[in-house]
Ligand binder design. Sequence first.
Ligand code: TYD
Length: 134
Amino acid sequence: MKPYTELLDFKTLGDDRGSLVALEENYNTPFAIKRVYYIFETKSGVRRGYHAHKYLKQLAICISGSCTFLLEDGTTKKDIFLDSPNKGLLIEGLVWREMYDFSEDCILLILASEHFNEDDYIRDYDTFLKLATS
Ligand code: TYD
């Protein structure tokens, strides 16, 4: 699977009571969802992630607060700032990711295409670079 990242816009349904975003599998999510997890109460100054995945597809949504993703495909690096519940960062293929600058109120929701599998992780940066550039 080729490395691919994209910032998706979700339609916000709103009325005078407030806002709502609905995510429906394979309709406005680009893959079938097998797992949902969320990262919250991240301590100040913490940087996490530091891995790539072999097959996993993920959609990251900052449903509260903000944080930044560093994404690297082996040749280019980019930083994506997430601060909106109606934006989703799609990450597919071999992409190194680090997350940082979590606001105190950050809740980072992740939709994932597979169940948790440690064997799908590449946690060593040099191994990632070798695979990404081979
Ligand atoms: P990890 O993926 O290393 O966190 P991050 O990349 O966001 O810094 O996960 C932290 C720990 O939680 C690790 O021991 C694996 C475990 N974990 C699960 O058991 N299930 C999951 O779905 C996830 C994402 C992590």
